[in-house]
Design a protein around this ligand. Structure first.
Ligand code: DAT
Ligand code: MG
Length: 151
């Protein structure tokens, strides 16, 4: 089975708007497994490293201020093809273009307040998981419902 790990983060607007539980519920109900989770305030250096691919973009400064503006909830999510499965649940980057039923489609309006981050490839997932979590913070366990989720 093609089990992957992906990095997911409820951004500061998601935390402030009381959407942590809603977002975690959607991931759980899909059948994904949470294997690491913490609430934290991101340091500027970590924010810049996390978003390094965007460092030349005009919105980079605003993006760094936003992501460091308050607590976030960082997670590692595991499941079959978890990277693309989670990106589908999250929806398009611009919440106005994101379909209803997706997290951004249901909860966001502006691209600079799009509620949630999720890795876009298995390579980004590895990189981002390593930036935010130590190996010992990521748990390996079996979940009772797995036999009902996977055939
Ligand atoms: P995603 O978060 O869907 O992976 P991305 O990696 O292209 O999107 O960009 C990272 C974040 O940067 C995104 O969640 C919101 C912000 N962003 C992207 N494009 C933007 C734009 N054109 N104007 C303002 N902010 C933008
Ligand atoms: Mg991205």
């Amino acid at each position: 089975m093609d089990i992957e790990r992906t990095f997911v983060m409820v951004k500061p607007d998601g935390v402030q708007r009381g959407l942590i539980g809603e977002i975690i519920s959607r991931l759980e109900r899909k059948g994904l497994k949470i294997v690491a989770m913490k609430m934290m305030k991101i340091e500027e250096s970590l924010a810049k490293e996390h978003y390094t691919e965007h460092k030349e973009r005009p919105f980079f400064g605003d993006l760094i201020s936003y992501i460091t503006s308050g607590p976030v909830v960082a997670m590692v999510i595991e499941g079959k093809e978890a990277v693309s499965v989670v990106r589908t649940l999250v929806g398009q980057t611009n919440p106005r273009e994101a379909l209803p039923g997706t997290i951004r489609g249901d909860y966001g309006i502006d691209v600079g307040r799009n509620v949630i981050h999720a890795s876009d490839s298995t390579q980004s997932a590895d990189r981002e998981i390593n930036l935010f979590f130590k190996e010992e913070e990521i748990l390996s366990y079996s979940k009772a419902d797995e036999v009902w989720i996977y055939e």
